[in-house]
Each structure stands twice: as C-alpha cells, then as structure tokens.
Design a protein around this ligand. Structure first.
Ligand SMILES: [Zn+2]
Ligand SMILES: [Zn+2]
Length: 273
C-alpha cells in the first residue's frame, strides 16, 4: 500500500462517478424531480463535507489504516487460514459487502438505528446525491462495525480500499435518476444493484421500503427473500421518501441533522390535521 495516495484516489473516483452520473441524469432522467433540487444538492453535498470532517477527526486511521494495523498483528481469519493474499482479498471484498448489507437490514429493524437511517430515506427525490446522504452518527457507527469486521476477517488493506471505492461508486450509481435500457438493467442487476432496483427501497410504501437493501451486489436480497423487482405503482407513479417528512423544509441540512431526535410520526400527525 506504500506509495499509494489513498485520499487522492478516493477523491478522483468520487468526483468522476459524480460527474458521470450527474451528466447521465441530465441526458436521460428516469423521473421528473419534484423537490427543490438546488436545496437538495446543497444539503446532500453539505452532509458529505460534515461526514468527511467527522471521520477524519474521529478515525484518522480510517478503514485502510486499521486493516494495516490489524494485519501487522496477524489478527483475524485470514492469517489463521493462511489463504493466498489475492484470494483472501477477493473473499474479503465480498464479505464486507455482505456485512454492509446485513448492517443496512439492522438499521431498518432496530428502532433507535432506524431514527438515524431514516434521514437517508427522507429525501423527497432520489438522485446521485441521495447516495451520499447519511447521518454523521450512522457514519460513525458504520465505521466502528467495519473495524470489527476487518479485525475478524483479517482483511488485507487493499481489499478494504477496493471495497470502499466500489461502495462509494455503486451507491452513487444506484441512487441515480437515470433511465437505462431495460435489457441493460436486467443484465446488470443479475450482479450489481441498479438504479431501478434501489429506487424501490426509497418508496414511501413500507412494504417496499424494507426490500432491496443491497448497495453493491444484488445477490444478498435475492438469497434472503427481500428482493422486489419493481415498485407496485411503477417508477413514475411511486412516491419517494417517508410519510413523516413530506415538507420540503425538511431538506435543509440543519433539519436533516436533527431528524433522529424528532418523535416518530410527528409530521404524519401534522399532515392529518
Ligand atoms: Zn435503507
Ligand atoms: Zn438508498
């Protein structure tokens, strides 16, 4: 890993995928966006800034640094099995993806964690920037869970770097508001989560919100019976977001950061009145 400029590789990958998907969204949008886009982009990219700062301050080692630390001490299953480095790296990229999928399911089903994660779902439209919109406390917990998984696996640093770059890229890809040829979608989603597949997860209908948890490989939802191919109302007819956060003012960065502290259903009651 020496000699690699890790932050630069990450930044280059992030900016390239963001630029490509944003251009694709303008060229071939899937849905007409309904919420104020400038505010959404300002807030969703603003939270990227907040999260980057929080992670750098709390975990200067980050995942890759932690993997190096763990491998110097021969922690985890990898050194125990003595598997070839390259093979173990591939296994770890896949295992980390399974772990992040399981974590996502957990964040939906444990009420205290759902309070954090629902901010991701409160976006009133879904586009490339929604893939970056996570509450800082969820990001901190994610990092801690990732440290545990890295230590248990004895994941090589290169596997963690590949996994993190892939996850960042696929998250932006599958949140994009892009229209893909049906056959391309069908082919890609045999392996990777497509925008049409992940959009179902952002449906306001709870029977759809708790399906399609994958961010990268599509296989985990299919294996767990949590896969839903298309939304009931179709991609144009479905509503995005959560019933309790329908007011566009909720898209402001300060409101987003406070959402975990809001009592459940407060917005829904206001709406009913
Ligand atoms: Zn979710
Ligand atoms: Zn999402």
């Amino acid at each position: 890993m020496d000699g690699l400029n890790e932050p630069l590789i990450r930044l280059a990958s992030f900016l390239s995928v963001l630029a490509i998907m944003a251009t694709y969204e303008i060229a071939a949008p899937r849905r007409k966006l309904s919420a104020p886009q400038r505010l959404r982009w300002l807030s969703n990219l603003g939270i990227v800034g907040v999260n980057t700062l929080v992670l750098r301050l709390l975990f200067p080692l980050a995942g890759v640094g932690f993997a190096l630390y763990a491998s110097e001490r021969s922690w985890g299953l990898g050194p125990l099995l003595g598997a070839p480095h390259w093979l173990w790296a591939i296994v770890c990229v896949i295992a980390l993806d399974a772990a992040i999928w399981a974590q996502h399911v957990m964040f939906h089903h444990v009420p205290a964690l759902w309070r954090l994660h629902r901010m991701h779902h409160a976006d009133l439209d879904i586009d490339v920037t929604t893939g970056l919109r996570f509450h800082p406390v969820e990001i901190i917990l994610s990092m801690l869970i990732k440290f545990v998984v890295i230590a248990l696996l004895g994941a090589p640093a290169i596997a963690v770097l590949i996994f993190e770059i892939l996850l960042n890229a696929t998250a932006m890809f599958n949140h994009s508001n892009v229209k893909m040829p049906e056959r391309a979608d069908a082919l890609i989603r045999t392996l990777i989560v497509t925008p049409d597949m992940h959009r179902v997860h952002h449906s306001v209908d709870p029977s759809e919100t708790h399906t399609n948890f994958g961010f990268n490989l599509s296989i985990w939802d299919k294996l767990a019976g949590l896969y839903k191919a298309q939304p009931n109302l179709g991609h144009d007819g479905m509503s995005i977001g959560l019933p309790e956060f329908r007011d566009p003012r909720e898209l402001r960065l300060d409101k987003m950061l406070m959402q975990p502290l809001r009592s459940d259903g407060a917005g829904a009651i206001k709406e009913a009145m």
